[in-house]
Design a protein around this ligand. Structure first.
Ligand code: SDX
Length: 432
């Protein structure tokens, strides 16, 4: 992608004027290229949390946080969620274009034929306690894929990279379902090639060998929508982790395992589980004001889980789609009087009218309603972030592949502001 430098940025240090190019993207904020700053000045920039730092150029996903816009390869998330499906979204994120019918059919067949995992992987699951958190299992078994699929670990071979991306998209649902079945003490349900991606995943999670498969179409559509909404999100913490791991040349399975580990945190993908636990803790609508006050109290570490976002300073567009899916699903299941939904809706109403949240532009994010939907589908809270990781795999592998292809990318190696001891001599223990 060539950047047209329409202007320079001037930096004056020690009475010397330095100029750095300002590069424009196709839309969104410009960037100031400061890659020569250290060699020019001997100084670093300082940006903990990378609030003002662009780590790469990308053509995959665009977010306008002020307007609440999310585009996958230029297509609005609302349209993809409404009119497309997750497998089509995977193709779009990987290839940059929506597939035509024959491209879609071919991709569907490829992914379908990669859904089984090596039979020996079963042994990994028996090594985990039944009460192991499924995200702990996913970190382990996804990284372990690099011990089985050696023919798709050479990151310099585009063909091997493509197969690794297909394998990860295809096998994540299988592994996630195996982790869930392990926690139940139930036998693994194998993938069924005649089921759609979302239906196959639900069947592997909720099917049992003693009954014929029977996947509810409404649940399958809701699952597919959840996967689309979680598929990618620009340079979020877990995607940045995948890119950083990939910048060292690590194999794709290890990189995705690092993304899973990062996603697990409650400030990131773990927020859906934390949000539902919070709704449980609130317990009833009458307790909401107490929790709103706790969230506003600087001395209280409590935060409203599912609220706020580093980029969105408006309503997360995914949360709007998720809210609609939530109402539709609960209506379908006859759960529209679900007490958690009542608490969530009242909490959202109060928070959106409260000055603290309005001033800080704290809106519901994708995790606010997703937990209620996932619980209504029958998943335990511990599985919520696992479902997030299944959807996000399409974005992780697409961003990883874009990073490997980008010739301007080098190993990621940030510097620091050192505030430790400036130097001292070793003292023998007798002198300490
Ligand atoms: C995801 O990056 C992505 O794109 C992530 C994600 C994706 O798809 O990959 O969108 C998925 O991770 C969504 C976010 C899920 N996390 C949560 O819902 C956890 C609760 N939210 C927060 O912890 C927080 O809002 C973050 C982590 C999401 C964002 O943190 P920032 O950008 O570092 O903001 P901050 O912590 O500096 O907060 C700014 C101010 C602070 O007050 P002051 O110090 O300025 O007085 O807002 C306050 C915070 O105290 N604040 C909150 C709050 N979130 C921020 N106060 C109460 N409740 C909250 N949820």
């Amino acid at each position: 992608m060539s950047d047209k430098n329409s202007e320079n940025a001037k930096l004056t240090i020690n009475n010397e004027d330095l100029r750095y190019s300002v590069d424009k993207g196709s839309i969104g904020p410009d960037v100031i290229d400061i890659s020569k700053l250290y060699s020019d000045t001997g100084k670093f920039t300082y940006d903990p949390g990378f609030t003002s730092t662009a780590s790469c150029k990308s053509t995959i996903t665009y977010i306008d946080g002020e307007e609440g816009v999310l585009l996958y390869r230029g297509y609005p998330i609302e349209q993809l969620a409404e009119k497309g499906n997750y497998l089509e979204t995977c193709y779009l994120l990987l290839n940059g274009e929506l597939p035509n019918q024959s491209e879609y059919n071919e991709f569907d067949e490829i992914i379908t034929n990669h859904t089984m995992v090596h039979e020996q992987l079963n042994r990994f699951f028996t090594g985990f306690r039944p009460d192991a958190h499924p995200m702990a299992i996913m970190c382990g078994v996804v990284g372990a894929l690099s011990a089985f699929y050696h023919d798709s670990t050479d990151v310099n071979d585009p063909e091997q990279r493509k197969i690794a991306c297909f394998r990860l998209i295809a096998k994540m649902p299988t592994l996630a379902a195996m982790a869930y079945k392990h926690s139940l003490g139930q036998p693994t349900i194998y993938p069924q090639n005649n089921l759609s991606y979302a239906s196959n995943f639900l069947n592997m999670c909720f099917g049992v060998p003693t009954e014929d498969k029977d996947v509810n179409e409404t649940l399958s559509k809701a699952m597919d929508k959840i996967l689309i909404l979680h598929a990618d999100h620009e340079q979020n913490a877990s995607t940045s982790t995948v890119r950083l791991a990939g910048s060292s040349g690590a194999n794709p399975f290890a990189c995705i395992a690092s993304g899973i580990a990062c996603l697990w945190g409650p400030a990131h993908g773990g927020a859906n589980e934390a949000c539902l636990r919070m709704l449980d803790e609130i317990g009833s609508v009458k307790n909401i004001p107490e929790f709103i006050n706790k969230a506003k109290d600087k001395n209280d570490p409590f935060r409203l889980m599912g609220f706020g976002h580093r980029v969105y300073k408006n309503y997360d567009p995914r949360a709007k789609v998720m809210q609609k899916t939530c109402h539709e699903l609960l209506d379908h299941l006859g759960l529209k009087n679900d007490p958690k939904l009542a608490i969530a809706m009242e909490l959202e109403k109060i928070a959106l009218e409260d000055d603290y949240f309005v001033e800080k532009k704290l809106y519901p994010n994708v995790d606010f309603y997703s937990g209620i939907v996932m619980k209504a589908m029958g998943f335990p809270m511990e599985m919520f972030t696992v479902l997030f990781s299944v959807g996000r795999t399409a974005g992780w592998v697409s961003q990883w592949d874009e990073m490997v292809e980008d010739k301007s990318q080098r190993i990621g190696r940030p510097r620091q502001l050192y505030v430790g001891n400036p130097g001292r001599d070793y003292q023998d223990i007798k002198q300490r």
